[in-house]
Ligand binder design. Sequence first.
Ligand code: ZN
Length: 203
Amino acid sequence: MKIICIGRNYTDHIKELENEKPTDPVIFMKPDTSILLKKQPFFIPDFSNNVHYEVEILVKIKKIGKYIDQKFAHKYYDEIGLGIDFTARDIQNQLKAKGLSWEKAKAFDGAAVIGEWIAKEEFSDVNDIDFRLEKNEEIAQQGNTKLMLWKIDELIAYVSQYFTLKIGDIIFTGTPAGVGPVATNDTLTGFIGERKMFSIKVK
Ligand code: ZN
């Protein structure tokens, strides 16, 4: 399976990082080795002094597809989740400044938190999903999928022009405003609505 991540998909977060508004979605990948194993703590890697959390809505692909038309994109997923795209911001900034790819900052072991899944039918509208991240029981990030620059179906159509989507692939749909650093002993808990989707400890 592969993890396809979307960058800069919420305007507030673009402002926060002083990025330009893109004309196309920014895409990068994480390997399967980046998935944080269930019930394991997240260990801050030695190579970074500034790891940020980015809470994101996840989409799990259930059908193989390429060049998917936007109007059929809804047929390619039936579960929505929540996760964290951990980012070594210091490394990412160094790489960005040199115009190099972000992999070392985004694809390291443990950098992908994947929480529980909810059946798509449980949502009246996938383009109106409230979600949030709490750090030590205080709200760190809050978002709603209606604020996405590219909605889920648009992302599936776009991404599938480049990569064949396969069963079990996961799309990280981008983070809203409020990204910030993690420290040892933090607890990060993610919610869709009032439903707890994951809770992890930082070591
Ligand atoms: Zn992200």
